[in-house]
Design a binder for this molecule. Sequence first.
Ligand code: NI
Length: 256
Amino acid sequence: MLFDTHAHYDDAAFDEDRDELLSKMRSGGVELIVDPASNLDSARKARDIAEKFDFVYFAAGLHPNDLWNKYYEGYLSDVRALAAHPKCVAVGEIGLDYHYGAEYKELSHRVFREQLELARELKMPVITHEREATADFLGIIKDFSDIIGVVHCFSGSWETAKTILDLGWYISFTGVVTFKNAKRAVEVAAKMPIERLMIETDSPYMSPEPVRGTRNDSRNVRYVAEKIAALRGLGAEELARVTLENGKRFYGLTAK
Ligand code: NI
């Protein structure tokens, strides 16, 4: 059984068949799912999904790509209120993205730090996103080695991975590891400590080979598991078991 630690079922791409699709997850080998919010509206949708499906949990946060239209003064108290929900397991998805959001750099730094500080105060893990902002991102998370975080959809270098791992943080891989040009992600997935490794789909995006280009869903996390297992010389079931345990430990779901 697999843990898809990062899938956006609140996304409009699932509006037509969300419930039907989610009802197929267990038979598709998926035991647990975390739906990280992109903004406060998406967090409320993710909460509603988590209330309906016992194996779905959610995270509340404001994503750097949503700052331009979803940031407002007082957003942080709304993140705090949602974080109190029994099925909210993390603050996220938060981080820095200069690919889309370079003009919001200053705001993105403040919002990222504010949410990291909230996670510290609430003793919750964080789910982070970083794109084309590695140096600034690492500079900020270095101040948060006392909290637990994951860098999702990792495709960075081994040096970057080492900095993240030295903080005690986790690294999570999507279907990117199945792509032919994903040399750096493959290198890190092959040699990082397995107890800090998580797998995810980032649905509806990032569909792995051999279903690349289609709408992604959590059942495809098995392709990520199979690829990383092969890289490490493990059976896919063993990799699934270890990453399920890692995800449960990270999100505090061990006793649930
Ligand atoms: Ni995401």
